[in-house]
Design a protein around this ligand. Structure first.
Ligand code: SAM
Length: 354
């Protein structure tokens, strides 16, 4: 088995890196990768480790159910286990790389403190809130509660270095074009100038004078020569760059045009997408939508993505779909079986370190 491992790892130095699925304890996998040239090579790691939930998880298909993995840790042992893996993952990350750790209230605050120690608090980027799986709020049947129903998971995002920058994270979101008042009650006298024969006595116009005059000219030209098309059509035909300001007789202040939008910049509350899925029968399967957002927004095509608690293989399948290379690892035979089936004919090597 070791020979096969060496074979696969050798190809990491070539541009045509093979995807690798490790079936072993992930600490062995991480150490092996470090020893075989993968230090500073991984661009994005997503891990979804046991949550310290005190539960057993199963793989269910039809009426059959087999144990997938146990999450029956004592807190101190759990944190020791996580510490060793997080230190190793940090070594594997490239200088612009990121780690996303999916947890819930059981361990997230302890792991946050541990991560601040290992990665440095300056490398903490966000705590991302995602939807919890199908867990009904059972409290309707009681008259009193000891605590509220927990309805979200947290994903901690850390980068390896504090100067790493990322493209704006976008989600599809359509909004119509609209006109808005050009006056604002922010009070900068330098931004009070005359347009349409009027100078505001207080507040200010929203843009500097030169920009505003240009936008007034743009709208005049549209009205005089191109009003057979809609303003939106004109804006599209002119390269989606022009700005417009107009004055209507019935409206007190001038108005500026806000173009239609197809996307919005996302923040750290991701309740618009699913975090869990139930497509493979693997008890804690995460949703491809979640991994598409993480991998798609925070890594580039061709980069190397890893998941050292890969379970049913959601990260690996998504990385393949998005043209990233990947490394996966899980110690559970059930996880291996589901992942191999799911990845089907995808080009990867299975590696057992024993
Ligand atoms: C919450 S599940 C991951 C689910 C996965 N994200 C998915 O979409 O299916 C956690 C996984 O970590 C694996 N695991 C736990 N401890 C491990 C270890 N020390 N080494 C490798 N895998 C481990 C378990 O077998 C389990 O499959």
């Amino acid at each position: 088995m070791v020979n096969r491992t060496r074979l696969a790892l050798r190809s990491s130095h070539e541009t045509d890196l093979k995807n690798m699925l490790f079936h072993c304890d992930n600490l062995e996998c991480i150490d092996y990768l470090i020893a075989n040239g993968f230090e500073n090579k991984v661009d994005l790691v997503y891990i979804d480790p046991p949550f310290l939930s005190g539960e057993r998880y199963f793989h269910r298909i039809d009426n059959d159910s087999s144990l997938a993995f146990e999450d029956l840790w004592k807190q101190s042992k759990y944190l020791e286990m996580m510490y060793a893996r997080l230190v190793g993952i940090r070594k594997l990350l490239s200088s612009a790389g990121s780690l996303f750790i999916h947890l819930d209230w059981h361990a997230v605050h302890y792991v946050k403190i541990m991560m601040d120690r290992i990665f440095g608090p300056e490398n903490f980027r966000n705590e991302i809130i995602v939807k919890r799986g199908r867990r009904k709020n059972l409290q309707y049947q009681f008259d009193s509660i000891d605590k509220m129903h927990a309805a979200y998971d947290s994903i901690l995002w850390y980068s390896k270095s504090s100067d790493a920058k990322f493209s704006l994270p976008l989600a599809e979101h359509r909004s119509e074009a609209k006109w808005m008042g050009f006056w604002s009650n922010v009070n900068r006298p330098t931004m009070r100038y005359e347009i349409f024969d009027f100078t505001p006595a207080r507040g200010q116009w929203k843009w500097a004078k030169e920009r505003a005059l240009k936008a007034i000219g743009n709208y005049r030209l549209y009205e005089e020569k191109f009003s057979q098309m809609t303003l939106e059509e004109y804006w599209e035909a002119t390269g989606k760059k022009l700005e417009f300001i107009r004055k209507r007789a019935s409206v007190k202040y001038a108005e500026y045009w806000i173009p239609p939008k197809t996307h919005r910049i996302i923040d750290n509350v991701w309740l618009d997408i699913e975090a869990y899925n139930y497509s493979t029968g693997y008890g804690t399967e995460k949703h491809a939508e979640l991994l598409e957002r993480i991998i798609g927004q925070f890594s580039k095509e061709g980069s190397l993505v890893a998941d050292f608690f890969c379970g049913s293989g959601t990260t690996l399948a998504t990385a393949s779909k998005l043209s990233r290379k990947w490394i996966g690892c899980d110690s559970s035979p059930a996880a291996m079986a589901v992942t191999k089936k799911r990845l089907g004919s995808a080009n990867f090597e299975v590696i057992n370190i024993n």
